[in-house]
Design a binder for this molecule. Structure first.
Ligand code: APR
Length: 232
């Protein structure tokens, strides 16, 4: 039995046309996250924040999973069908390309772009089109409180207890397309190593925590991920 934890970042969706954050021309190079991705920004400029996420929903509507998403979904399926152990796919991404590729239940630790939440009543609902301050919550009828159900800077990531339990029991940790700059995700490799897991990094170029990995494969995700999954 070999339990696997996979962590993906924006690099796995880069070749599907969705931007990364810290590469050249990345989202945080073109936009200031301080005015778009914090609770304070939303309180001060809700319309500006809605416009930013509405544009990202539009980009996502035109995006398709790529060979890396497909290969990870295939690995999950093979592991399950052959009874080889548990696979937990944790993603920092808010897109749904892992789901579209067939991954059973990705854990979106930074939330999901296609879900929205009412800050007045807490209702969370699937939502693929534009949000605005005028839009009324279908559950409580109030307007002005709807926000993307994503985790902003300064907010608590989702599913951490489940993630740390899986890391403590994993034999193999694979990080795909993440720069290793944002915690707690960047610390997962350490947790896995403490559990005695073999750790693998599949990304375009070395990131901040690359030296911690046992095995590193660099290149576009659509090349290195299928290659690594086929040999797993
Ligand atoms: N194939 C594989 N990896 C790629 C590709 C590609 N085609 N293109 C870029 N990458 C790699 C980059 O080398 C980098 O290591 O993907 C990583 C992207 O890093 P970031 O832009 O920092 O994205 P990510 O690590 O997911 O950011 C983590 O930061 O802003 C927050 O919430 C946001 O979830 C995000 C978190």
């Amino acid at each position: 039995m070999k339990n696997i934890v996979i962590l993906t970042g924006a690099g796995v969706s880069a070749e599907s046309g969705l931007g990364t954050f810290r590469d050249k021309g990345g989202l945080w190079e073109r936009f200031d996250w301080r005015t778009l991705a914090t609770p304070e920004a939303f309180a001060a400029n809700p319309e500006e924040v809605h416009a930013f996420y509405n544009a990202r929903r539009e980009n996502l509507a035109a995006a398709k999973p790529n060979a890396a998403h497909d290969a990870l979904a295939g690995l999950e399926r093979r592991w399950r069908e052959e009874g080889r152990g548990d696979v937990l796919l944790v993603t920092q991404n808010i897109d749904d390309l892992h789901e579209q590729a067939g991954s059973a239940a990705p854990l979106h630790m930074h939330g999901e772009l296609l879900k929205s939440r009412c800050e007045d009543c807490g209702d969370v609902f699937a939502h693929a089109d534009a949000l605005s301050v005028e839009r009324m919550c279908a559950a409580c009828g109030r307007a002005g409180g709807l926000r993307p159900d994503v985790v902003w800077f300064g907010e608590m990531p989702k599913g951490l207890e489940r993630i740390y339990d899986a890391l403590a029991a994993c034999d193999l940790f694979v990080a795909v397309g993440t720069s290793g700059t944002v915690y707690p995700a960047a610390g997962f490799v350490q947790e896995a190593k403490m559990a005695g897991a073999w750790t693998v990094e599949l990304t375009l170029e070395p990131g901040e925590v690359s030296p911690l990995f046992d095995e590193r494969l660099y290149g576009p995700a659509t090349e290195v991920v299928p290659r690594w999954c086929a040999a797993a």
